[in-house]
Design a protein around this ligand. Structure first.
Ligand code: NDP
Length: 487
């Protein structure tokens, strides 16, 4: 299974190679087979990408928003036409089950292109009546934006960052995670095919040091990172030192609060989606599931039953519901947390093992895992595991649940399951999280802002809020009379 791209990087509308850069082997996480390789960007490649972005951006920013939007909407159509190919590519790159990549990856990127391609034309400044003189504001692009992606949703992240950036008249240099370098290149080709002028969307490969070199480059005007909190701190420090605009989409340890009166099957379904989708590698996962004592027993019984029925295996099989983790390091990390959970005294109710699948010996599989009797002080309840490990905690009262849900440095997301709508809104208003779901979990429609409170991030993706974060506001004062000067 080879999916070797034409070259490692995509700059100024074409594939570019520089084999002096460090070799990065791309493996299929289900088997460990090497399916492609790319080279990390050398300083020359970085310069070339930034230079071509900077020179293309000026013309692009002069187009009418509706003209820029038209290109994005054409690219969205091509993404959807090519969805099956892109889903397979994403499955090979990430190991995520094809039944997910068909619906959640390229389609989500396409939705962002469609939304921002249309919305930007209606994203206008304001008019100020100053009693004779008047004023107005203009939303102007920032210039060259850097996107740095994580490996769990590679094409979605590339789409979520590039769509508002390009719609707003910026250019972008995008660095995918070294684990998943392939689909951003496919997106770049699609942009070119859709008529995006050369140089506006460039992809350069590399590990952390390439990300760091890009981040500190003086011609980068804005950085948008999706990654872990430690990386976010480093990138934010660099951005702060140079007073660059920054959006940080970081990690989480989000709570799901299930009240006694909730529809139990829905609550279990939501909790499972919020822990096992994408093999648990989702930033907004609700990995601390607080269940009120009255339904605890029934909740756990059905949860275990449904968890044990999850079909784990070959990600390319349309019946498979859970694929492997991204790589061995991640499996090592997740299994070590499962061991920590055991030692801390949590009760392992399901999973915990690392199954070997026939014909996929090198696969990084971990069973969907449920721990009960988890307490707030346990490491498995405090630290982001980024794997299919659900912690169930018990609670008695509403106030207690809110206080404990908020007792974390993170604040990306939260969920509430109850049939009492007054309570749902009351609780949601007190949860310290950038996105809250009531009787649902992990849905991120492009129309709504997405981003974190506290250590989970700064800035927002999706919605008109993203256009704000990819633009700067200019105020224009217009005098209509004589200048009133004392000199
Ligand atoms: P990392 O923080 O390890 O890496 C994120 C990206 O940053 C990668 O492309 C990485 O390169 C790059 N990078 C690493 N060091 C630097 C640096 N010093 N300067 C600039 N770039 C750097 O995260 P993961 O890839 O492991 O992704 C998992 C994390 O991402 C989790 O914490 C998860 O919660 C979070 N995440 C957040 C989301 C959100 O929207 N809030 C969505 C998805 C994930 P490389 O990998 O090549 O070394």
């Amino acid at each position: 299974m080879q999916v070797q791209p034409k070259a490692s990087h995509y700059i100024n509308g074409r594939f570019v190679e520089d084999d002096q850069g460090e070799l990065i082997q791309v493996t299929y996480p289900a088997t460990g087979e090497v399916i492609a390789h790319v080279h990390a960007a050398t300083p020359n490649i970085i310069e070339l990408a930034i230079e071509s972005a900077a020179s293309a951006q000026r013309e692009w920013a002069r187009l009418k928003p509706v003209e820029r939007g038209r290109v994005l909407r054409r690219a969205a159509d091509i993404l959807l036409q090519r969805n099956e190919y892109l889903a397979r590519l994403e499955t090979l790159d990430t190991g995520k089950a094809i039944q997910e990549t068909l619906v959640a990856d390229a389609p989500s990127a396409a939705e962002a292109l469609e939304f921002f391609g249309g919305a930007v034309a209606a994203f206008n400044g304001a008019y100020f009546d100053l009693g004779g003189p008047f004023g107005y504001t203009r939303r102007e692009p920032l210039g060259v934006c850097l996107g740095v992606g994580a490996w769990n949703y590679p094409i979605q992240i590339a789409g979520w960052k590039s769509a508002p950036a390009l719609a707003m008249g910026n250019a972008m240099v995008f660095k995918p995670s070294e684990n998943t370098p392939l689909s951003a290149l496919a997106l770049a080709e699609i942009y070119t095919e859709a008529g995006l002028p050369d140089g506006l969307f460039n992809v350069v490969q590399g590990l952390g040091p390439v990300g760091a070199a890009l981040t500190s480059h003086p011609r980068i005007d804005k950085i948008s990172l999706t990654g872990s909190v430690p990386t976010g701190r480093k990138v934010m420090a660099t951005a702060g030192g140079q007073l660059k605009h920054a959006t940080m989409e970081l990690g989480g340890k989000s709570p799901i609060v299930v009240f006694d009166d909730a529809d139990i099957e829905n609550a279990i379904g939501g909790a499972m989606l919020g822990n096992f989708y994408s093999t648990g590698q989702v930033c907004s996962n609700g990995t601390r599931v607080f269940v009120q004592s009255g339904i605890r027993q029934r909740f756990l019984e059905r949860l275990v039953e449904r968890t044990k029925a999850i079909r784990i295996g070959d990600p390319l099989d349309p019946d498979t519901q859970m694929g492997p983790l991204i790589n061995r390091d991640q499996r090592e990390k997740v299994t070590s947390y499962i061991e920590i959970g055991r030692q801390e005294g949590a009760e392992l109710l399901a999973g915990g093992g690392t199954p070997s699948m026939q014909g996929m010996d090198g696969g990084c599989f971990v069973e969907p895992t449920v721990f009960a009797n988890v307490t707030d002080d346990m490491r498995i309840a405090r630290e982001e595991i980024f794997g299919p490990v659900m912690c169930v905690l018990d609670f008695e009262s509403e106030d207690e649940a809110i206080a404990r849900a908020n007792a974390t440095e993170f604040g990306l997301a939260a969920g509430v399951f109850t049939n009492d709508m007054a309570r749902a809104h009351r609780v949601t208003a007190q949860l310290q999280a950038g996105t809250c779901w009531i009787n649902a979990y992990n849905l991120t429609p492009v129309e709504m802002p997405f981003g974190g409170f506290k250590q989970s991030g700064i800035g927002r993706e999706n919605s008109l809020a993203a256009l704000e974060h990819y633009s700067q506001l200019k105020s224009v004062y217009v005098e209509t009379g004589a200048v009133d000067s004392p000199y």
